[in-house]
Design a binder for this molecule. Structure first.
Ligand SMILES: Cc1ncc(COP(=O)(O)O)c(C=O)c1O
Length: 404
């Protein structure tokens, strides 16, 4: 069999510009879009074949069956040695964030607190608040890792205000790409047990972890009996439009899961379930090729920053195809006007400079909450040529701003 080539180098910019997804339709055609978490890859062949088969067969009805859960069990066991995903405590949900609010409905009441670690994926705020729950912040430390003392304080404050509190953990973390260690996750579980907080681990980026880190599924650790994990094949195999995700409960969550209505599992997309089942069952080889390509881009990004934007701090991500860039030394003071938090498209500071003058759309750090201002998140799930052009343009923009 011919080895799979680097999927990130398979498509030209002209081909990508024919896409109609969010990434490719938000900005004008002269802008390179390196923002929302879509990758510039073709579908993995086994996934494409599963979808072609379904279309040829008119197999486009409601979702049914246990294939996705079984496929995820197999993947979790092969990749992470996680052998305790119980089909009895695993639900198919429409996507990760909607699965999260459905879980909130089951285990909390309106007004209850949800603890998050900003800077963090913006929808952690928007979904929670739109759902009538209250955010309690436990900011990451200076090193962008979980600050256990801040978490302890936030857990205590949350529980002082309500008998029910949820901690929404991102593992790996978005936007920093940090992969939490066993020691960190163990401490998180200990704090949660001390304060009586339910931990929900968002593990959507878990398959994308590089050779210098190791992903640990939260539920594989002792002390996670009352915790939950939410995941999907949508990031690693670029299937955000093929809606499906899985919610996995620890060994002591059967009652909580029973409170989630059965119709929840029918609102996932049948095509999404077909595609994601193929990803987990037959997508390992493609994923490995992707991971090599992403790891190359992670290094290339470091080199390009040294060459074009030496004043920018680069936190080399351990996982995800996002990189968190500290742009506080890029001169941007006049660019903050009109900045509004809470929306992916809101441009401020360096992101606005890179957009206005560099024609590159990255995500402005301020939308990820406290600790985000002055940073940007860049999506390097693209070809080396797009990444190289983007970094050159961003560097030129920063240099002209410094001169003016
Ligand atoms: C941490 C995290 N959670 C959730 C999502 C979105 O997942 P879904 O579309 O399944 O809600 C993303 C997308 O980038 C993400 O990065």
């Amino acid at each position: 069999m011919t080895p799979i080539g680097n999927p990130l180098e398979a498509l030209s910019l002209d081909e990508l510009r024919t896409r109609t997804s969010w990434k490719w339709t938000t900005y004008p055609n002269d802008v390179l879009p390196l923002w929302v978490a879509e990758m510039d890859v073709p579908l993995a062949p086994p996934i494409a074949e599963s979808l072609y088969r379904a279309i040829a067969n008119g197999d486009t009805g409601y979702v049914s069956g246990t294939e996705l859960v079984e496929a995820f069990q197999g993947f979790a066991s092969r990749r992470w040695g996680w052998d305790t995903v119980s089909a009895d405590r695993t639900l198919v949900v429409v996507d990760v964030m909607n699965g999260f609010v459905q879980l909130l409905d089951a285990i909390t009441e309106p007004g209850d607190p949800v603890i998050v670690n900003p800077p963090v994926y913006t929808p952690f705020y928007s979904y929670t608040e739109h759902h009538g729950r209250r955010i309690v912040e436990a900011p990451l430390g200076e090193d962008c890792r979980i600050d256990l003392e801040a978490l302890d304080r936030a857990f205590a404050a949350a529980r002082a205000s309500s008998p029910r509190a949820v901690y929404l953990l991102a593992n790996p973390h978005n936007p920093t790409g940090v992969v939490h260690t066993v020691a960190e996750l163990t401490s998180v579980l200990e704090l949660a047990a001390t304060h009586g907080v339910t931990v929900v681990s968002n593990e959507i980026h878990a398959p994308i972890v590089y050779s210098d880190a190791q992903f640990t599924p939260l539920l594989s650790l002792p002390g996670a009996e009352r915790a939950f994990s939410l995941t999907s094949a949508s990031k690693a195999w670029n299937l955000a439009g093929a809606k499906a995700a899985v919610l996995v409960g620890g060994s002591d969550t059967a009652d909580d899961l029973a409170a989630i209505p059965a119709w929840t599992s029918r609102i996932a997309s049948h095509l999404g379930v077909i595609a994601q089942t193929a990803a987990y069952n037959e997508g390992d080889e493609w994923l490995d090729a992707l991971l090599s390509g992403l790891e190359r881009n992670r290094n290339l990004l470091g080199e390009l920053l040294t060459e074009h934007l030496p004043e920018v701090g680069y936190l080399r991500p351990q996982g995800t195809y996002m990189a968190w860039l500290d742009c506080r030394n890029v001169i941007t003071s006049d660019r903050d006007e009109g900045a509004t938090a809470g929306s992916f498209g809101a441009m401020a500071g360096a992101a606005k400079l890179f957009y206005d003058d560099g024609k590159v759309a990255v995500t402005s750090g301020h939308v990820f909450g406290p600790g985000g201002t002055g940073r940007v998140r860049i999506n390097f799930g693209t070809s080396s040529s797009i990444l190289t052009t983007a970094l050159r343009q961003m560097g030129d923009a920063a240099r002209s701003a410094a001169l003016s």
